[in-house]
Design a protein around this ligand. Sequence first.
Ligand code: UGY
Ligand code: MN
Length: 248
Amino acid sequence: MEISALTRSVVKNNHAVISPDGYINSSVPGWTNCTVNVIINEDMGANLCQTFITLKQDGKLIGKTKASEIFFYIIEGECAATVDGETKTLTKGRFVYVPIGKEYIFENPAEGTQILTFHKVYEYLEGYNIPSVIFDDAANIEGPTYLGDPALRLQVLLPDDHSFDMAVNIFTYDPGGHLPMVETHIMEHGLMYLQGQGVYMLDQQWYPIKKGDSIWMAPYCQQWFTAMGKEPAVYIYYKNVNRFPTIV
Ligand code: UGY
Ligand code: MN
């Protein structure tokens, strides 16, 4: 018997696991005829925002980035996206990086189109230009093995260039594949599972995780994952990168 008083979701000081069973919709100005779930934001103690949007047939996202850049990734479905005057059709696995100060419109979606967003306040770097708009498709991006382990593949979706202060990667683990060590690092993560299942260790606590779940990991939250089941486990994740580690 299912009981509504139970959930796999947890929210702690340095990490959170958010499963869809606890979603409550937000209303976001300019984003209409859609449901929006704000999964991670600064009220949690995070330095990023992660949202999950489900569009109705007449759904539209209209806005202009201000201090924050936004990465939009199509999890399911299809829509048209116009950013800084350029229009493309986005289907599952396609994405667009919207730098600061650019207008965007997402419209004409297939009913039920799902979009994941990562937002970060952009940090300028002297001597570097603000990045341009990027439209691309994860299917076009190679996934070399990670640290020499053929059970692990990493796709890096944004250019590896110091004008960017955020990375978005897709990590694929074959069943039984696992991170080669417990990671302990300054970078923060937000992520969502696109496929499969496994067990995540966060701050020495163990969580069963599956497709549709999201995780927030604060800087220095210790992390390790192993994939289970019959299909690869796949997650898309955010990471802050390429900036000086201290203001001192
Ligand atoms: O890029 C990373 O830090 C990545 N290996 N971390 C993670 O998947 N938890
Ligand atoms: Mn990590």
